[in-house]
Design a binder for this molecule. Sequence first.
Ligand SMILES: *[C@@H]1O[C@H](CO)[C@@H](O)[C@H](O)[C@H]1NC(C)=O
Ligand SMILES: *[C@@H]1O[C@H](CO)[C@@H](O)[C@H](O)[C@H]1NC(C)=O
Ligand SMILES: *[C@@H]1O[C@H](CO)[C@@H](O)[C@H](O)[C@H]1NC(C)=O
Ligand SMILES: *[C@@H]1O[C@H](CO)[C@@H](O)[C@H](O)[C@H]1NC(C)=O
Ligand SMILES: *[C@@H]1O[C@H](CO)[C@@H](O)[C@H](O)[C@H]1NC(C)=O
Ligand SMILES: *[C@@H]1O[C@H](CO)[C@@H](O)[C@H](O)[C@H]1NC(C)=O
Ligand SMILES: *[C@@H]1O[C@H](CO)[C@@H](O)[C@H](O)[C@H]1NC(C)=O
Ligand SMILES: *[C@@H]1O[C@H](CO)[C@@H](O)[C@H](O)[C@H]1NC(C)=O
Length: 429
Amino acid sequence: MLPQLPEMSTAKWLPFLHTQATPFLFLMLLHIAVFSTVTHTTGAQNTTTAVGSSSTIDLDALIAIKSMIKYDPQGVLSSWNDSLHFCQWQGVTCSPRHQRVTVLNLSSGRLLGSLSPSIGNLSFLREIRVQTNSLSGEIPPEVGRLFRLKILRLHNNSFEGNIPASLSNCSNLQDLHLGFNRLAGKIPDDLGSLSMLRTLIIHRNYLRGGIPPFIRNLTLLNTLSLARCGLGGSIPDFFHQLSSLRRIALPGNDLVGTIPPSLYGLSSLEELFLDNNQLTGRLPMNLGSILPRLQLLSLNDNRLTGPLPPSVLSSSALEILDVTRNNLSGKIVITSREACNLRVLSLSSNHFGSGEDDEKKLIDALSFCSKLEVLDIGNNQMRGFLPESLWNLSTKLSFLSLASNAFSGGLPSSVIFQEALAAAASLRI
Ligand SMILES: *[C@@H]1O[C@H](CO)[C@@H](O)[C@H](O)[C@H]1NC(C)=O
Ligand SMILES: *[C@@H]1O[C@H](CO)[C@@H](O)[C@H](O)[C@H]1NC(C)=O
Ligand SMILES: *[C@@H]1O[C@H](CO)[C@@H](O)[C@H](O)[C@H]1NC(C)=O
Ligand SMILES: *[C@@H]1O[C@H](CO)[C@@H](O)[C@H](O)[C@H]1NC(C)=O
Ligand SMILES: *[C@@H]1O[C@H](CO)[C@@H](O)[C@H](O)[C@H]1NC(C)=O
Ligand SMILES: *[C@@H]1O[C@H](CO)[C@@H](O)[C@H](O)[C@H]1NC(C)=O
Ligand SMILES: *[C@@H]1O[C@H](CO)[C@@H](O)[C@H](O)[C@H]1NC(C)=O
Ligand SMILES: *[C@@H]1O[C@H](CO)[C@@H](O)[C@H](O)[C@H]1NC(C)=O
């Protein structure tokens, strides 16, 4: 098992999601920039607390929400009492003029219970942040009444049942995060009407029905994760209009077929996770140049064949490349020695190796990658003498495996064992 890297600053946006064999790609959740606009233009004139007034509607809804919380170990809701106006309650933000609730933030409160359907009565809500609690039960379809909603974060709870189709009525929604729940069924097609969506994260649920075709219509989408949902099917060739996409994560979905051409047209793409599927086919030779901003490419545990395009390893943007356990073969070539930013290179368990002395050239080239932390080329068909430049690899190296190849001659002996390499967490040669 590989050691975990101390620091993985790329791709903080996903709590990955990997098998034990590649723990260096365990990643953390992205906390996307906070939207702070809490103004509104229309709405209630009546700000008194008379029965039936707009303020009473919000108050009643908040009280109903509190009543569905069965356990509140941190006393998050203890300020929700008569001694304060509800706009002063912890986690509640109101519009200054009309005193209507615009933000509900109960995140990381360790709250146990469910989400009251009355939340649908907080009609001025722009943000719901109730992630990282222990909320169960269904996502109330009444949320679909909140047409001003921009942010809906329900992730890291125990919500179950289907994703309500009514969410499609939240036409201003920009950020929808439902990951790490127990949601089941098909992702409703109606969500295709959420044309303002920038972030769509539904990873780690129990969904089916393939990658929904409606995603092609979400042209502002920046981040898409449907990781580890068991969706099945293939990756649709529907990325033509999704040019804002920076991050795509579809690992662990039993996906079959090839990586569609339109995905390679996403020239702004920075992170691509397609690992742990059953994808086949070859990678395009110009991959590195058509995706020039790609920092992270995770393709491990698929059935890809053919060579690793030289343009990939030569891209100065690339920091993490994992193609472990595929059927890739041939020479590994780095054409450029400039500006190598590689931190993780895992090529293990493929059929790499040309029978020539290319591996020497690879290691020579990698000695210019001063940020390299993990190098795993084990379990391939590489051969030849290990070059002296092995000892010139990055001083940051914490994992090196060359095992199960056909290297001969043993370790180069006439060189000084580099301090950092000696201290490496693991050395398998
Ligand atoms: C009501 O909320 C206030 C403000 O947080 C708090 O000081 C007070 O103890 C609360 N009262 C009750 C009965 O919980
Ligand atoms: C939401 O509340 C939590 C806990 O009080 C706090 O840490 C976080 O900064 C708040 N988030 C926003 C966007 O206000
Ligand atoms: C929403 O507010 C209306 C009017 O005050 C009320 O009749 C209704 O029961 C509320 N709905 C929920 C789900 O609380
Ligand atoms: C999910 O919630 C648990 C506690 O409920 C917390 O320890 C963990 O960090 C959270 N994970 C994410 C990805 O927010
Ligand atoms: C969206 O709102 C309209 C009007 O209130 C309603 O007729 C429709 O059923 C809603 N859509 C969904 C999917 O709930
Ligand atoms: C995408 O949008 C077009 C035009 O609005 C619409 O006709 C089509 O049905 C939508 N496709 C999907 C898959 O939602
Ligand atoms: C990998 O390639 C070998 C020989 O080229 C073939 O026998 C095997 O079936 C392939 N495996 C996969 C998973 O495609
Ligand atoms: C290792 O690096 C040193 C210093 O940069 C250089 O002089 C030496 O030639 C390199 N050795 C190999 C084998 O590349």
